[in-house]
Design a protein around this ligand. Structure first.
Ligand code: PRP
Length: 172
């Protein structure tokens, strides 16, 4: 059973807040948004439409969950960026920080490629589940433990198309 956690309106407000913070920090500098697939595609598309800076986008596919509800504790890059990030202002766009493992690995990997700056923008932060030290630079909404779906986030590849963010509850 699905229970709505954040409506489309609440998500829109959070996205606008994040976009405004990013615009303020970067003035009129160019930004490269790195979208971590698949879960962040919807967030990225809404976020960048709220940002006036000259921008480019690139995509990276990282797998850490498979189809199970629990993290495997492994992070695999299955699709790398197509463009160099050297000397660029990079903002990683992530749907959710959970254990923090995905972003820890990706941040270390991208820092080795010498960007001008590297920031993390996450829509959701599930702090209670953190296993490694990892802080988002721009965080939209903090959530409790519990499995969420919708707005790009899946359970076994389903529910990504929901316009709101829901918690999956066990049927009683
Ligand atoms: C999910 C989510 C984050 C990551 C967060 O991705 O989209 O990228 O896990 O978990 P962590 O903080 O514990 O590493 P997933 O691997 O399920 O792939 P998907 O985005 O394609 O659904």
């Amino acid at each position: 059973m699905l229970k709505t956690l954040f409506t489309k309106g609440e998500i829109d407000d959070a996205v606008k807040r994040l976009a405004s913070c990013i615009e303020n920090d970067f003035d009129d500098e160019e930004i490269l948004f790195v979208c971590l697939l698949k879960g962040s595609f919807m967030f990225l598309s809404d976020l960048i439409r709220c940002i006036k800076n000259t921008s480019t986008v690139d995509f990276m596919r990282v797998s850490s969950y498979g189809t199970a509800m629990k993290s495997k504790g492994e992070v695999t890059v299955t699709k790398d960026l197509e463009e160099s990030i050297e000397g660029k202002n990079v903002v990683i766009v992530e749907d959710i920080i959970d254990s923090g493992l995905t972003l820890k690995v990706i941040k270390e990997l991208l820092l080795k490629r010498n960007p001008k700056s590297l920031k993390i923008c996450a829509l959701l932060d599930k702090r209670a589940r953190r296993e490694v030290e990892m802080e988002g630079d721009y965080v939209g909404l903090t959530i409790d433990d519990g499995f969420v779906v919708g707005y790009g986030i899946d359970y076994a590849e389903h529910y990504r198309n929901l316009p709101e963010i829901c918690v999956v509850e066990k049927d009683t």
